[in-house]
Design a protein around this ligand. Structure first.
Ligand SMILES: Nc1nc2c(ncn2[C@@H]2O[C@H](COP(=O)(O)OP(=O)(O)OP(=O)(O)O)[C@@H](O)[C@H]2O)c(=O)[nH]1
Ligand SMILES: [Mg+2]
Length: 288
């Protein structure tokens, strides 16, 4: 996994003896790490409460305190499921963030850890290729994929998937969705429609909405989280492409400003490049 650049930058901050204000430079490096201006300012203020105007005296002191602050800001989600009930995971996110790949990775994770065979639901009916891609993952994993024609109603596909899972007493459904529509209003409307259908069929089941955020998109990811959360209410976030971002500060602002927890982290294109989000490890990677 790529090392976060913040630890290194923190080191440089102490090695140069510029007359610059420590906190100004500190905020800059937080913002460069995608933490976002508001959170950067809050972190900087907390650090100042601890160390005063002069700032911490060395990198270790600063990193330790920063770690404590981040620990309060980041939220870890428990990916555990109750295998006595059916679980429906609806996977959301704008196009290209890694939804379909994440679905395959999660299916593998829940199969390995809960020995259940999730039914995959091709709810991204916007593109034919999206359906083919999920079908291919299903073949590789040996899992059933429920799909219909491109252009069909995603709600109907997911409805079918729930019926199919019930019929074969499968305990989990993981549903794909399209992240692209002709415009934002259409997307929101479509998502709300899907959400309504799933909610109405989810009686007795645990229904969770997972939003996939691509770590390489920086603070854009924060705006996506805000938009989806406002549209349908998000339960958990999966952070993808953490291998190619070397950052991840967006997780701090999403957790702290929207109160949303992180469940998994994607670190590559292979099924095995996937792990449960571990706050302690994540912070260590940030503070270096
Ligand atoms: N490096 C890296 N690549 C990833 C990761 N997750 C997904 N990808 C790649 O990102 C690209 C897009 O992934 P998809 O799973 O197709 O993304 P999607 O959100 O379903 O995309 P659309 O269906 O087009 O909206 C693919 O090339 C994936 O292999 C990750 O954690 N790390
Ligand atoms: Mg997809």
């Amino acid at each position: 996994m790529a090392k976060h650049g913040l630890g290194e930058k923190l080191k440089n901050l102490f090695s140069k003896s510029s007359g610059n204000d420590f906190y100004e430079d500190f905020e800059d490096i937080l913002i460069e790490s995608d933490i976002g201006a508001t959170c950067a300012m809050e972190i900087s203020d907390s650090l100042q409460d601890k160390f005063g105007r002069k700032g911490p005296s060395n990198r270790e002191e600063a990193a330790l305190e920063l770690g404590k602050i981040l620990d309060k800001m980041l939220i870890e989600a428990d990916p555990a499921i109750d295998s006595s009930k059916m679980t429906i995971l609806l996977v959301l996110g704008v196009n290209g963030v890694g939804k379909t790949t994440t679905i395959a990775k999660m299916a593998q994770y829940y199969r390995e850890n809960y020995s259940l065979d999730p039914v995959l639901s091709a709810g991204d009916t916007f593109r034919a290729a999206a359906i083919d891609q999920l079908v291919l993952h299903g073949e590789r994993l040996g899992l059933k994929v429920i799909h219909q024609q491109p252009g069909s109603d995603p709600g109907a596909v997911i409805y079918d998937s729930i019926e199919s899972a019930k019929a074969k007493s499968s305990k989990m459904i993981i549903a794909d969705t399209a992240g692209r529509m002709h415009n934002k209003a259409n997307l929101v409307k479509e998502l709300q429609k899907i959400d309504k259908i799933v909610s109405s069929r989810a009686e007795g089941a645990v229904y969770k909405k997972l939003l996939v955020i691509d770590a390489t998109t920086g603070q854009n990811g924060f705006r996506q989280a805000e938009m989806f959360h406002e549209a349908v209410g998000i339960d958990q976030i999966v952070l993808t492409k953490y291998d190619s971002s070397a950052k991840g500060g967006v997780a701090v602002s999403i957790s702290s400003k929207l109160g949303l927890p992180f469940s998994f982290i994607g670190t590559g294109e292979k099924y095995s490049d996937f792990s449960v989000f571990n706050k302690e490890e994540f912070i260590k990677n940030i503070t270096g």
